[in-house]
Design a binder for this molecule. Sequence first.
Ligand code: PRX
Length: 630
Amino acid sequence: MTSQLSSLEEYREAYKRSVQDPEGFWAEQANTFSWIQPWEKVLSWDFKSPDIRWFEGGKLNITVNCLDRHIPEKGDDTAILWEPNDPLGSIKSYTYNELLESVCKVANALKANGIEKGDRVVFYMPMVPELAIGVLACARIGAIHSVVFAGFSAQALADRINDAEAKMVICSDFNNRGAKNIPVKQVVDNALSIGCPSVRTVLMDRNTGDEVVWNSEIDVHWDEQVDHQESYCPPEPMDSEDVLFILYTSGSTGKPKGVVHTCGGYMVYTWYTFLNVFQYKPGDIYWCTADIGWITGHSYIVYGPLLAGATTMMFEGVPTFPDAGRFWQICEKHSVNQFYTAPTAIRALMAQGDEWPDRYDLSNLKVIGSVGEPINEEAWHWYDKHVGRGNVPIVDTWWQTETGGILLTPIPGITDTKPTYCSYPMPGIQPVLVTQEGSIIEENNTEGLLCIRFPWPSIIRTTYGDHERCRQTYFSTFDNMYFTGDGARRDEDGRIRVIGRVDDVINVSGHRMGTAEVENAINEHPAVIESAVVGYPHDIKGQGIYAFVITDGKSSDNVQTEIRNVVTKEIGPIAKPDKIQIVSGLPKTRSGKIMRRILRKIAANDTSDLGDISTLLNPDIVKEILQGAQ
Ligand code: PRX
């Protein structure tokens, strides 16, 4: 059996086998890799606890499979290709030989700075090659990486550093992003001054070379630590179920949680899905525009492509700098074959006009992908027509931080595509739609809550430091099923379309946010008494943030701006509310629960039927809110 599917028949065959004999199926895939010691048991699982183990007893190091394994045949092939923010700047590229050496040197530098297997290392860096190298260096020595998106605030960074009790933070000095030069190290300094007692070292990469404040007690320079190191570092043998990384993501309650992925299963699943979803062929140039601060960057910029021996491109900049043709100019310049981006970027570029993609040669594209949020029909067709030129399959890939890899997607050239549908399960994935009560809906042409009823290798194992939260969030809603938090529709032929979250999580420009998290930030403003945040349909962002806020009446005229500033400080600019309505009360049930259903309708300007409001504690407030709605 080859792992890369090449026909509908093969897909059907693989799918059938993966359900009838999941252990046999995944063992066969895992055999592609180099294992230090073979596994004893392919799978043991219990969704109640949950306790899920893949390839138990096996020992491996994922970087051996990302790097060393490719050296004999592909040592001189390009592993990472880096395009800078400035279109006239120099590109950087690393062959597999060079990448292995760079990773080993950084791994040795980490060890020299006291980092050991199991220690947590937080990254706060822009999209520079050193980020991918640093992440792999952690994996080389068994340190657990936790990458924090470099758009988060000092407070959000401090929260994540402290939850993970990180020993080291790795950062850059500054970040070239569009026309801006953003201070990065300064945010780390601010986080540390909030209080991060576990951090012993800050390792700073000189990216722009601009001056930073230096604290010689804790700060060290990347080049001074790395350049003189030995060019080989032996890989640390890891158990399949040892933690590979923690990645924080938002939920419907409380602070963001650290999703934990482990070594063996994550390796097998990201590789298998990369190979099939993008139909990668040797020599292809693959480009995913995500940031490594999110799961898409982990699985489909770093691990999946490198495990497959691919050439993976990293881009430092933004889609609209210096102009709205940048993505397409890069596709032409590097003859990109597979392009993977988010609906919010597609919509933003669509709004700039057809002439931008039409100006460039995109004939090398073989697959174009979408991820992170539902893609609306108009954006799907524009992507198809102007980027795919009508003859490149679109893979609308549905998955989550918790799933580690893509679960639902068309397979290009093999299964059909239908606008807005992520369509079919990958082999090994058993999706079901269930009712609120938890019974499985068998018929097609229906809607329900999306669950997965069998484990796949890269399923979340726990939430860092709080296993109970993992159980509650994903495994307690329905018996023996992983609950995704998404609602979905199944069409008459069985294709699935994910509609969106059914919990209090919103998706703003592909960034996942908990409404409670934004409310907590707003409530930090001294004049705020209470707030309620909901998402509403937004043309470019997918969802915008609408905040209903009760103030103490003593607030200044600038209260809206001040609230936005507080949110920027607490979380980051990505969480800033688009609309803030000051209200004198919030619609509540008699038990004091905010009726978000009503607020969502008002925010969406869909007020024809607000449902029964007579049972509210304060029905009159609805009229007031309606009148003041924006
Ligand atoms: O609601 C779904 C939406 O994004 C959520 C997961 O967000 P996150 O963990 O940040 O991971 C994003 C990148 C994998 C899901 O619960 N989502 C993701 N992809 C799609 C999607 N919704 C519809 N269609 C998609 N293709």
